[in-house]
Design a protein around this ligand. Sequence first.
Ligand SMILES: Nc1ncnc2c1ncn2[C@@H]1O[C@H](COP(=O)(O)OP(=O)(O)OP(=O)(O)O)[C@@H](O)[C@H]1O
Ligand SMILES: [Mg+2]
Length: 269
Amino acid sequence: MSDEEGGRRESGSEVVLEAKDIHKSYAVSRTPREVVGGVSLTVRAGDLVAVMGPSGCGKSTLLHVLGGLTTPDQGSVRIQDTDLYGLSDRDLAAFRRRNIGFVFQFFNLLPSLTAAENVMLPYSLERERVWPMRGLGRDRDARARADAVMTMLGLRGLQGHRPDEIAGGEQQRVAVARALVTDPAIILADEPTGTLDYHSGRSVLELLLRLSRQDGRTIVLVTHDVRTAAYADRVALMLDGQIKETVELGRRSVHDTAPLLERLAAHGL
Ligand SMILES: Nc1ncnc2c1ncn2[C@@H]1O[C@H](COP(=O)(O)OP(=O)(O)OP(=O)(O)O)[C@@H](O)[C@H]1O
Ligand SMILES: [Mg+2]
């Protein structure tokens, strides 16, 4: 992508996610401890943003708040035009299914379903089939949709396999397909390569990168790993529950880790 396009994106793109002053505390041995302490974040259409920081700094908690999974004590999250925590629990669950694609560290595929059925599931659920598991095999629309997404991601051969029959990297790519099947506004990925070896991890990152650069997908990626963060165009450095600095890397494909390492060192990491 040219600088010009990059510039247009910066100034003109629609804001997909806007988090304002998020606070979240957990009681540890009955003493409340603030795990996220006043984070604000704006993500525009087509952004690939990484949130990077050491273990325990609050990354997962923040991502769960951004995705409507954990209610903050204070602050707001808006995705497109919807204020997540202004919704009822039921409406929030429906909004999440429709508009947010999650990718987790441990894939979280359902072991008794085939890869294709795992991919179909959120789409079937979105249309509020009463209990789609029973009718899943007959949901032609969902199957066609899963087929299309899996083909696009190079997963055609895996459709009939169950998760325990395929490699970790492939399972995670199936999980990415599942996250995409409802065509969500945003994809939130929490350490998506955390349990993968270097090569499988790279194939998952290359896939996220392609979704961002070629398809204009909007992605927030949480990681403690500098090499993973270097795939992003913007890296929010998180420490002790706060974003200390946001490093702009630009939109080259994969970035040098040196500028990130330098900024981490500046914060004593
Ligand atoms: N449900 C919970 N109840 C109590 N404490 C929690 C809960 N969830 C997280 N914490 C605590 O909040 C802190 C931040 O946790 P979080 O999982 O957000 O960190 P993280 O940056 O994602 O770490 P990692 O890189 O290890 O995944 C940790 O000290 C954790 O123990
Ligand atoms: Mg975490």
